[in-house]
Design a protein around this ligand. Structure first.
Ligand code: FUB
Length: 439
């Protein structure tokens, strides 16, 4: 059975990890319907606790927040190290126009992440992957037919040069390496060409130590109809299943607007991975929709903005890193960035809490202003038009605001007060804005 995960965004190169019982995917982001990978400029994180209900946490890092980089935000990985979460990503260096591996940090697995600068000691740092084994941390990277591995120094800001191994001496990997452990063996999975012919096929090699030497074992995702030329991904164990994540062109038909794929894999007794046969006609395909949960408290780092409001972390019953409070003046509000690949109908909802009075706000998604039908056409009432938020007596509640057609691209979703409140009256508090594809 093959699953297409989160078809509303075009994303690629999924790196899967389990943190505290939840499965996370760190993915690169294909600008919808462009004809090139060079325009890639940001990353997303997705997560699930049941493989059915997925959350797209939105943009977690963008080129504009990486001062040393100019373009090509290609593949990534992430991992937990000494209590923090780190993203290893790659981009073209502004000065040299070569790939460097960047490091970014967050307190939470779903980000957003803050750039810490390039990792020292890595040449042509394309497609970095980050593997942790006890107190050892490894960087595996590669492109243009070379795959390399090295041990990180403890602060992850550089690698131990004396540990660098060029794995291309053992295997014919093209790019996109990823490491996982099965039983006592280290499995390196990587896209490779067969006799220099595209498309790439997902191959693997095994070793007794992360640094190698590696023995080539075979191809576990052969060429298939609807491939996207590249096939970068990862393997992870979650809730007793072994899962391969990768990307295809099955939704858009385009090699540069790729979709996330998930297939269960099995190992034979001798540790070989049984090859997956991918055929849309034969294989059942399940499309798993995700919804974007856009945390308003981190909006400025994720492509949105706070207008006059404050972020609070009082209490513990909010969802993300905090909530927004102080929506008391007409010009105050918050916007989040929703990135859409597939055009369609989307439902906008909001998690909020209010006091014992209804609150009137304006919610705008892209170019659409929502009304809830309670307004008249009298100009005096015009400034109060918007959406009525019923009182919640201080409890959090999710309110569906309405449906809107969204084209492909980036959209701001903004909520603001529709009028300035009397002094001493507080506005609602907002936890997140949700965007869910419904058609
Ligand atoms: O997603 C951009 C590039 O395509 C990746 O860095 C490669 O591994 C290939 O998947």
């Amino acid at each position: 059975m093959t699953n297409i995960v989160a078809p509303s965004i075009f994303a690629a190169d999924p790196a899967a990890h389990v943190f505290d019982g939840r499965l996370y995917l760190y993915v690169s982001y294909d600008e919808p319907f462009t004809n090139t990978h060079d325009s890639m400029a940001c990353y997303h994180a997705l997560s699930t606790d049941d493989l059915v209900n997925w959350i797209d946490h939105g943009r977690i890092l963008h080129l504009e927040n990486v001062p040393w980089a100019i373009s090509h935000m290609w593949a990534i990985d992430a991992n937990k190290w000494k209590g923090k979460y780190y993203l290893t990503f790659c981009a073209f260096d502004e000065k040299t126009s070569t790939f460097r591996t960047g490091l970014a940090i967050s307190d939470r697995p779903e980000g957003p992440f803050t750039d810490l600068g390039p990792v020292e000691g890595v040449d042509w740092g394309q497609d970095p992957s980050f593997y942790v084994e006890g107190d050892r941390a490894f960087l595996i990277w590669g492109g243009r037919g070379q795959i390399l591995i090295a041990e990180f120094n403890d602060d992850l800001r550089s690698i131990k040069r004396e540990t660098i191994r060029n794995l291309s001496e053992d295997i014919a990997g093209y790019e996109g390496p990823f490491l996982h452990k099965y039983r006592d063996d280290y499995y390196l999975t990587y896209p490779a060409l067969d006799n220099n012919k595209w498309p790439q096929r997902m191959s693997y090699a095994t070793a007794k130590d992360p640094l190698g030497p590696y023995t080539y074992r075979g191809i576990f995702i052969p060429e298939y109809e609807g491939n996207s030329g590249t096939i970068h991904g990862s393997v992870v164990e979650f809730q007793g299943k072994w899962l391969a994540f990768y990307h295809s062109a099955w939704v858009s038909g385009l090699a540069t607007s790729r979709s996330l794929m998930m297939s269960e894999i099995t190992y034979t007794e001798d540790g070989s991975i049984t090859p997956i046969q991918l055929d849309k006609k034969v294989d059942g395909v399940i499309t798993i929709n995700s919804r974007q949960i856009l945390d308003v408290s981190v909006a400025p780092k994720a492509g949105g903005r706070l207008f006059g409001v404050e972020v609070s972390t009082d209490g513990s019953d909010f969802t993300g890193a905090g909530f927004v409070t102080g929506l008391t003046r007409q010009e105050f509000g918050v916007s989040v960035l929703s990135q859409i690949g597939l055009p369609g109908k989307y439902e906008i909802a909001l998690r909020y809490r209010g006091t014992n009075k209804p609150w009137n706000g304006r919610v705008v998604a892209g170019k659409h202003l929502f009304y809830d039908g309670n307004q008249n056409q009298d100009y005096d009432q015009y400034i109060n038009r918007g959406t009525i938020f019923p009182p919640t007596d201080g409890h959090w509640r999710e309110l569906v605001i309405g449906e809107v057609d969204l084209p492909s691209g980036d959209h701001q979703i903004r909520i603001s007060a529709s009028h300035t409140l009397d002094s001493g009256v507080s506005g609602i508090e907002i936890d997140y804005i949700s965007v869910r594809q419904i058609g």
